[in-house]
Design a protein around this ligand. Structure first.
Ligand code: NAD
Ligand code: UDP
Length: 337
């Protein structure tokens, strides 16, 4: 009880009728966040260039008058026509290796110019600003699990660098705007997150394995399947976003992820068991610079925010499989890359 009380004292009150901007708001995570913020009575502006996002992701909000969808590229200065914001969430960036490597210059510049444009706008509006960083800033980590004070092991010139280094630069810019320009910044380091509305064609392992299993196609296992990841269900992550944004104490990056660690072979077995699929597993080469292990140390999120994940991988997969099963029935021609 004492612990819960001290956490709640360190949270600012929930905003209920404010203008809030989400860049990348039509994407997987942005759309879940928009639903939470609109449900509280805020007017949410989802700014997106629809590179990987879709208006359909926001369809649950189609009848509210508290959602505005703005087509805009975050690399360009944010439109003056938008109102002043109380809060800004910067999520705009393709998140899956397939998409962020398709145009690496665009990815790097989305991270750099996007951060610059968002921060200048936050400074002008006096908005609190939240940045979606990533476990990728730890690269192929030599420390396990990864705490926030670990600086990482990142290749600056590899195929993942546009994303990893772009996100690292954005963390620097956010931090320095906080230190030198009085902007209230919050930085989350997101570990692999999954759930309804992941893009079916983005090549991530959870969506690939589920769709392959449901379609009776071979599961594509890259490498020997012994590499690990820690998968967080989207509802747990968004709850963490909210606590971090409202925290009065967290002015440096915080890991949000599920510390349960699984090999890709274990993930494949679980997906096959839950779907009842008889799909075989095929082996394909491991992508260059693919991290061998990844698992968050979430002590800081527990101490500072009172946050920990509540949804197990099995439960989250059941919900995600139900979602893709429904989607496949609507669009039987759905394919993956
Ligand atoms: P997503 O691809 O579904 O969403 C990203 C959104 O940003 C899309 O709607 C896309 O159209 C938009 N976008 C991309 N470039 C843009 C630009 N230049 N201007 C305007 N909009 C642009 O991915 P997501 O999983 O929802 O990821 C959201 C954020 O969280 C990203 O910044 C990503 O790096 C970060 N993140 C996600 C994960 C994860 O596991 N999902 C892990 C770590 C970090
Ligand atoms: N992976 C796989 N099969 C797939 C897609 C991915 O074995 O069809 C592997 C990939 O090589 C990596 C892990 O699954 O080791 C997680 O990949 P994902 O792209 O989902 O996330 P990230 O590598 O960005 O953590």
């Amino acid at each position: 009880m004492i612990e819960a009380h001290s956490h709640s004292k360190a949270l600012r009150p929930i905003l209920e009728s404010s203008n809030i901007l989400i860049t990348g708001g039509a994407g997987f995570l942005g759309s879940h966040l928009a639903e939470l913020l609109v449900a509280r009575g805020n007017h949410v502006y989802c700014l997106d260039n629809f590179h990987t996002g879709r208006v359909a992701n926001l369809s649950k909000l189609q009848f509210t008058n508290r959602l505005s969808v703005v087509q805009h590229d975050v690399r360009d200065e944010l439109p003056d026509s938008l109102p002043a914001f109380s809060e800004i969430y910067n999520l705009a960036c393709p998140a899956s290796p397939v998409h962020y490597q398709a145009d690496p210059v665009a990815t790097a510049m989305t991270n750099c110019q996007g951060a610059w444009n968002v921060l200048r706008r936050a400074e002008r509006d006096g908005a609190r600003v939240f940045h979606a960083s990533t476990s990728e800033i730890y690269g192929d980590p030599e420390i396990h699990p990864q705490p926030e004070h670990y600086w990482g092991n990142v290749n600056s010139v590899g195929p993942r660098s546009c994303y990893d280094e772009g996100k690292r630069f954005a963390e620097t810019l956010f931090t320095d705007f906080g230190k030198t320009r009085g902007v209230a910044v919050r930085i989350v380091r997101i570990f692999n997150t999954y759930g309804p509305r992941m893009q079916p064609d983005d090549g991530r392992v959870v969506s690939n394995f589920i769709i392959q299993a449901l379609l009776g196609q071979p599961l594509t296992m890259y490498g020997d399947g012994q590499q690990t990841r820690s998968f967080c269900y989207v509802d747990d992550l968004i709850r963490g976003f909210d606590l971090l944004m409202r925290s009065e104490l967290a002015d440096s990056p915080v890991n949000i992820g599920n510390p349960g660690e699984f090999t890709m072979e274990e993930l494949a077995s679980l997906v096959l068991e839950i779907t009842g699929s008889r799909s075989p597993v095929v082996r394909l080469p491991l992508p260059v610079d693919d991290p061998k292990r990844r698992k968050p140390d979430i002590s800081k999120a527990k101490d500072l925010l009172g946050w920990k994940p509540e949804i197990s991988l099995r439960e989250g997969l059941i919900r995600t499989i139900e979602y893709f099963d429904r989607e496949l029935r609507k669009q039987p021609a759905m394919t993956i890359s």
